[in-house]
Design a protein around this ligand. Sequence first.
Ligand code: ATP
Length: 251
Amino acid sequence: MVLELKNITKNFGGISALTDVSFQINEGEIFGLIGPNGAGKTTMFNVITNMFAPTSGEILFLGENISGIKPHKITDKGICRTFQNIRLFSQMSVLENVLVGAHCRNKSGVLTSVLRTKSQKHEEKSNHEVALELLELVGLSRYEDTIAENLAYGQQRRLEIARALASNPKLLLLDEPAAGMNETETENLFDLIKKVQQRGVTVLLIEHDMPFVMKLCDRITVLNFGKKLAEGTPTEIQNNQDVIEAYLGSE
Ligand code: ATP
């Protein structure tokens, strides 16, 4: 098991964003987290990455309790995320964006080249190689020198994924990766997430595009008003009467 969420509750003042939510994600799964607006999905990502501490509950990552660990340490442990709104270094090149992710993996990355020892320079080269390989994976090799903000929307989304992968995560959290994409971009994204899975990375994804979720995910948890409404395979979720009434029926 990669991730185990045990009885997670998160309150913001009088608002209960998550109430006693538990689920587990197995190694190598693509796991979907769905539900209506305000259901608590992004809050769950924020709790997993400890941007907010849960009010109560426990988070186990590869069997280790990571509740209370600082967000950057969570990345070191092997969890990386993308955000609902694109957060690239917009004035940096495509390659540089991925290198930033790779530097998060290697502590030497924060040193200037003058300070680096010979072996650290070697690491820098391997970061470069990793970045090029990831650009190929996401189909952006020929844009390596392009300034990030000049990429098309779907390409920027794929670049975010490459940057997240550069930190070498075991678990990748994707917050609405298909939002705003056209049909071709969504198809490319689908293929990319499958390839990420084939590389051995477990994926947890929030998404409102139901055909995309149902085709892509191995299992799904549905949240509604901060509570777990259902969990199961895409077929089980599509046939669940509570889910149809609360969410799918209104799509
Ligand atoms: P969407 O699909 O619209 O992105 P969501 O399922 O991701 O929604 P959340 O963003 O997690 O939902 O929000 C869940 C609830 O928690 C909402 O009522 C929201 O207003 C509240 N909430 C989230 N973050 C905060 C915060 N930092 N302070 C106060 N309330 C918050």
